[in-house]
Design a protein around this ligand. Structure first.
Ligand SMILES: [Zn+2]
Length: 130
């Protein structure tokens, strides 16, 4: 079954919550990166615009936080799929991913069957595709 409006709203809320929590973690990581001698960045004033997120990500690419960054990007991607009305549709087979799976993994790109096949084919952790 495709997601109804209420389910989509609930998942959007989960994504926003997780995104905020992750951003807070990443900001702490970025602050640590900036304290390191090789960093060129002085402590710039924090604001909430897109530009500061871009700066944040640039800082973090120097640091060993790839997993969190990947998760952050997959959440951003989920948000844009919601905006584009594509959210909840499996990337591989075009079927419905399903509410229960999305609730557990709001950034999921594939239904369970396709995800298992993907992991068998490529092994290891799935990378979000952007
Ligand atoms: Zn599928």
């Amino acid at each position: 079954m495709p997601l109804n409006q209420k389910q989509t709203e609930e998942l959007r809320g989960l994504i926003d919550q997780r995104r905020e929590a992750l951003l807070a973690e990443l900001r702490e990581d970025a602050a640590r990166v900036r304290e390191q001698p090789y960093s060129e960045h002085a402590g710039s004033a924090p604001d909430t615009g897109d530009e500061s997120v871009a700066t944040l990500i640039a800082d973090l690419e120097q640091a060993d936080v790839t997993r969190d960054l990947d998760e952050f990007r997959s959440l951003e991607s989920a948000k844009s799929r919601i905006a584009g009305g594509e959210y909840g549709t499996c990337n591989d087979c075009g079927g419905d991913i399903g509410f229960a799976r999305l609730k557990a993994t709001p950034s999921a790109l594939r239904c369970i069957d396709c995800q298992e096949r993907y992991e068998k084919t490529y092994g290891g952790e799935p990378k979000p595709s952007l």
